[in-house]
Design a protein around this ligand. Structure first.
Ligand code: C2E
Ligand code: MG
Ligand code: MG
Length: 637
């Protein structure tokens, strides 16, 4: 009895133990499975493609439950339908998909979605079951898990089904965060692209001129600096040339034809220059109407001079702007590294000086020469001092007589402005008139010249000297439609006859602003003021302008007259201009008569008037008054 009791007890204990062991095994399995889920979320978040995520989901599920086949159907955002995103293994693809379609058609999916736990349904083959489980997060349904399982489904412990729910909900979260991540990444990529494009744009803006699309000032300077550094580091024979080109009278074009026309002119100029650039040279726009080229090599001076010639040549073709044909001169300055400067700053400022010298000397181009320094020309300083000079009345007028070659009588005086700078001393008009033109001060300057001249005419009249005075006008003056009224009031103020004043205008002034300028000139002509073309032969002479302009006098440029006694070509040019003027019923003045022989030649050629140092250098008004009063007999000349 006792024995039986013991054996029963032992059996009971054994049963309880095995039961406990089974519970322990289940618990251990469950813990193991649960543990396998611990790294699921972090693992999945490192995966970069949805197929890898789905792969990992099914891989983890297969560790929980032994499905024959698995599929993950995701919700298509477009039509809210489910599409197969993942099916495994391949041999069950068709079957699983057909079964899933059937379940969808029979509205089992909405049901499974509501359940939020595994839902088991009989497969159509009766041997298998289909397990549905929604893949949803707190906010959205992302899809459906479909598993194919045989009779073993019934042996799956509850804990595994529970863990399946946990696993699928983390999967849904993983998919959602992947999508968010993808979105974020895409927008990030887009943002990056936008940032890159913008940066590129900004870089372009920082390096290129928007108008001409040529490298801008910064880029050209950097290129020169690079060349200088390269020359310093490589060999001593290496040189770099900086060619600086400025359009003469660009400002006037801009003002008379408008900024759009000015812009087109710059674009066309850029294109013409671009055609000249070769390998190893950098062309750019470095300022309003300034272009520059960096040329490197071993004999860059010759190359740069040749290039300057080609640049000038390229600009000799007229520009067609607003139905008008325009011709513009250019001034080019050249500075060579290392000959003319040891660093970027020196080269730039010396090219600028050379360019300014070319403008002043009207030579087209100039290579830097130390003598440009001694003339004390520093454009920027001078520009600001010019304004002060005008305000402080540092300008005076000198006068130079013109004589009638037939009668040898003084028949006119030319007013020539002089600037006596308090520290720099005398500055010739050729150095500051172009500056005044560029800096917008020329109108103010001309107004003073008009007032000073008319006052002086009145003063001489009071002394019994009745000689007309001619004044020089700039293109900007004749573009200003207020000019005729201004001159009229000056004449009126001193009670002068219009013919006591004469106006000298250069050829290029007409070429730059033909229409506007012509209107002003016609008005002045109607007022009875004689006008002459100054420096004839140096600009872009056009017979049509000579015919159309209301001018009465041609002044032959001094460069032809000065050496006409020695230079036969110049003598021929002078003769041709005299003949041309006479054929057009114009009086001809030869300026720059420096010797007796030239004077006689001019007389023989039938020139009407002469002006020059041989007759008299320009003098201040008091000295000229003395000369006029003393010189009764010019026949002795
Ligand atoms: P321009 O109107 O052709 O004036 C004649 C220039 O030739 C003057 O130079 C005069 O001094 C110079 N000259 C006269 N005879 C001889 C000679 O025999 N040999 C040589 N080598 N030169 C001679 P300046 O006074 O230096 O004036 C230069 C230019 O500056 C003028 O050329 C004119 O275009 C401009 N200018 C002078 N005063 C004014 C002004 O008040 N307003 C404007 N807008 N321009 C002016
Ligand atoms: Mg003149
Ligand atoms: Mg002249």
């Amino acid at each position: 009895m006792q024995e039986k009791n013991y054996s029963d007890k032992l059996e009971e204990l054994e049963t309880r133990l095995s039961h406990q062991q089974e519970i322990n095994r289940f618990t251990l399995d469950a813990l193991e499975l649960a543990a396998s889920l611990i790294d699921f979320q972090p693992r999945i978040s490192t995966l970069e493609s949805p197929s890898l995520i789905l792969d990992e989901i099914c891989n983890r599920i297969s560790r929980l439950i032994d499905f024959k086949a698995m599929g993950i159907y995701l919700v298509d955002e477009q039509d809210n339908d489910f599409y197969p995103a993942y099916l495994t293994p391949a041999k069950y693809h068709d079957f699983l998909d057909q079964e899933t379609r059937r379940l969808i058609d029979q509205y089992f999916f909405p049901w499974a979605m509501r359940e939020k736990r595994p839902v088991m349904l009989a497969a159509s083959d009766k041997d298998n079951s289909l397990v549905l489980h929604v893949l949803s997060t707190n906010t959205r349904t992302r899809g459906m898990f479909v598993g194919l399982i045989g009779s073993e489904a019934y042996a799956v412990p509850d804990v595994s089904w529970g863990l399946l729910t946990i696993l699928l909900s983390s999967s849904a979260n993983a998919l959602e965060s992947y999508e968010l991540y993808k979105l974020f990444r895409e927008s990030n990529i887009n943002l990056k692209k936008i940032v890159q494009e913008r940066t590129r744009e900004l870089e372009n803006q920082a390096s290129y001129d928007r108008l001409t699309l040529l490298p801008n000032r910064d880029m050209v300077f950097k290129s020169l600096e690079k060349q200088i550094r390269w020359c310093l580091n490589t060999n001593e024979a290496c040189q770099a040339a900086f060619i600086l080109m400025d359009l003469d009278m660009f400002k006037e074009v801009n003002e008379s034809l408008g900024h759009k026309a000015g812009d087109r002119l710059l674009v066309q100029t850029g294109k013409r220059l671009q055609e000249l650039t070769g390998e190893g040279s950098t062309l750019g726009r470095v300022g309003g109407d300034e272009f520059a080229m960096v040329v490197t090599g071993t004999c860059v001076k010759d190359d740069a001079v040749k290039m300057a010639g080609r640049m000038i040549q390229a600009m000799t073709r007229p520009f067609e702007l607003q139905g008008q044909s325009l011709l513009l001169d250019v001034s080019i300055g050249i500075a060579i590294f290392p000959e003319h400067g040891k660093n970027l700053g020196q080269i730039l400022s010396r090219a600028d000086m050379a360019m300014y010298a070319a403008k002043r000397m009207k030579t087209g181009y100039a290579v830097y020469d130390p003598k440009f320094e001694s003339s004390g020309i520093n454009r920027l300083n001078l520009m600001s001092e010019l304004k002060k000079g005008l305000d402080k009345d540092q300008m005076t007028l000198y006068f130079q007589p013109k004589i009638d070659l037939a009668s040898k009588k003084v028949c006119g005086l030319e007013a020539l402005i002089r600037w006596h700078h308090p520290t720099r001393g005398f500055i010739p008009p050729g150095d500051f008139i172009p500056l005044a033109e560029q800096g917008g001060l020329i109108r103010e300057l001309s107004s003073r010249v008009i007032r000073m001249s008319t006052r002086q005419i009145r003063h001489w009249m009071a002394l019994g000297i009745n000689i007309p005075v001619s004044i020089n006008l700039s293109v900007r003056d004749i573009q200003d439609n207020k000019l005729p009224d201004q001159i009229a009031s000056a004449i009126e103020e001193y009670n002068l006859a219009p013919s006591s004043l004469e106006l000298e205008i250069t050829e290029s002034a007409f070429m730059t602003a033909p229409n506007k300028g012509l209107r002003t000139l016609n008005k002045l002509n109607d007022m009875g003021i004689p006008m002459s073309i100054d420096d004839f032969g140096t600009g872009h002479s056009s017979m049509a302008y000579l015919r159309d302009l209301p001018v009465k006098i041609l002044k032959i440029d001094r460069s032809f007259v000065m050496d006409m006694d020695k230079n036969d070509n110049n003598r021929k040019i002078v003769k041709s201009i005299i003949d041309l003027g006479h054929n057009l019923d114009l009086k001809v003045v030869a300026e720059g008569v420096e010797n007796q022989k030239s004077l006689e030649m001019l007389e023989n050629l039938g020139c009407d008037l002469a002006q020059g140092f041989f007759i008299l250098k320009p003098l201040p008004s008091e000295e000229l008054t003395d000369w006029l009063q003393k010189t009764t007999d010019l026949q002795k000349l």
